[in-house]
Design a protein around this ligand. Structure first.
Ligand SMILES: [Zn+2]
Length: 158
């Protein structure tokens, strides 16, 4: 059963909304991780393509497909993705926009201006997880993927 839908919103592109209520911890969707970015096809990636990728390992990316491709960032997200599965962080009411925080599991050094409108908005969102406020890093800890934690342990040893 389809439980989310994509809607075009004025000037902002596409957003993704809940078609029904989700319980805390419930799976919202499983991402299609089949379109792996390799050394071979990397050169064909446009700047916009790079804006729609996600991780499956350290500096390993796959191209996002719809609908997950259209899920926006929020500094107060109601979902998170772990190993390609998107879970509800809290109860999500039918009709609410689905969002996640792009900095979770982030290792790249990018930044973007955020207008998510949440009270917790960081204004400037940075790609690296380690650049997030310490309090948030603690809160988001359970959402980190295994490869990220392994990598972190590795760099602490050095
Ligand atoms: Zn924000």
């Amino acid at each position: 059963m389809k439980c989310i839908f994509i809607k075009k919103t004025d000037g902002k592109g596409f957003d993704v909304f809940a078609l029904r209520d989700f319980r805390k911890g419930e799976i919202i969707l499983r991402m299609d991780r089949s379109d792996i970015i390799t050394k071979k096809n990397e050169s064909k990636m446009s700047k916009d393509d790079w804006n729609h990728v996600n991780f499956y390992g350290y500096k390993k990316y796959f191209r996002l497909k719809p609908p997950e491709k259209f899920i926006n960032h929020s500094c107060d997200p109601n979902s998170y993705d772990k190993n390609g599965i998107l879970y509800a962080i809290r109860k999500i009411k039918k009709g609410r926009e689905i969002t996640y925080d792009y900095s979770i599991n982030g290792v790249e050094n990018w930044k973007m201006v955020c207008k998510c409108g949440s009270k917790k908005c960081r204004k400037i969102v940075r790609g690296k997880f380690s650049s997030m406020p310490a309090k948030l890093q603690i809160k988001y800890r359970p959402y980190l993927e295994d490869w990220f934690i392994e990598k972190e342990k590795g760099s602490a040893r050095r």
